[in-house]
Ligand binder design. Sequence first.
Ligand code: ADP
Ligand code: MG
Length: 397
Amino acid sequence: MNSFTKKNTKSTAPARGSNPDRRQVKKKESTLDPRLFVKKAQPSGQEGFRTEKRFSELGLSSKLLQNIEGKGYQTLTTIQEQSIEPLLNGRDVLAISKTGSGKTAAFLIPIIEHALKDPRNYTALVVTPTRELALQIEEEFKSLSAGMGLYSATFIGGTNINSDLPKLARKLQVIVGTPGRLLDLSDRKNLDLRKVNTLVLDEFDRMLDMGFVLDVNKLVNRIGTRDQTLLFSATLEPGQKKLIDGLLSNPVEVKVSTGATTNENIEQQTIRVPEGQDKFEVLADLFANPEMEKVILFTETKRLADRLAKKLIQAGIKAGQIHGDKSQNFRNRMIEEFKNGEIRVLVATDVAARGIDVADVSHVINYQLPMTMDAYIHRIGRTGRAGKVGHAITFVN
Ligand code: ADP
Ligand code: MG
């Protein structure tokens, strides 16, 4: 066998059990201009984050208002100010607003208000691209709706589907999940999607891209007619206009940002590592700086994420990793340890790029150039949240 055939065989017939995802990301190189990743922060801080409008002006149920204030939210963020009212009025909404600007509460508060009006006949379905994001949204729902007798559940892959069934035994006002598991439950007739009144696609541009759109279309078709559809994200994909129009009916469009810009509270810089220099050494040296307190380090591949986590630990830096080849238990544990400070660095693939809200992430590091500007915006958006200042560092050759 000559070397050509050998190579050919290898690329078309991956070893049994190899993950198809891995082939996709392997050879691609980012074509983004490194100059895009240098930007002085122009922190608008809390000022840019919050408006003057108080939650008490919205005429919300008193228990809900109490829970909101109990979370320390005093005034509305800009996206909340612009979307909560139309949502309370039953309108469809397309909402674009920067990372960390409070989109979750913007859709959950009106959902809770609708649920309280008619708990026996109301169901909202919130669909997300990742399991961690689904869990996080349910957590926020629980804290906002505490003591109201409203019920929720999260249905995600990587868990035993039989453990979902007891949760479906009672009326749920809010269901959160990832598309695959929701469809499985619907296939098995355990979940009746026709009962959904409000559909939310969080990170909707991701939900409508190639990886998810078939599943999302299936879900939407099974839901059929509904009262409200809500689309939320920090980025907008111009090519998706038709899909979006097909989902929304006479929507209010709330665009707090253009959908193509990073959060101005993030200081962005690049580090050039010339060919031949040891990139890991440059990375490890960064951790001499005590300000690098809570760091998410993004890589393009799962394998590199594993390798970097291991090398960081060997270098005495507390690290863990999160990616699609890890069990859900492991992923949950890593997020937990990262939140409570047991690990300083979370090495991650893009599975952690969207939606994840961990307080006080000091730095996001891109070990490699991300493939798209949108990926960059979401990744670095894990820092500089809720009006705080954050830092992003991107390695370039
Ligand atoms: P996004 O979805 O826009 O990225 P999140 O909904 O995850 O943002 O919210 C980012 C952070 O801001 C969260 O920690 C959330 O608790 C906080 N937050 C949301 N709304 C308010 C508010 N009105 N006042 C203060 N903090 C808020
Ligand atoms: Mg969000």
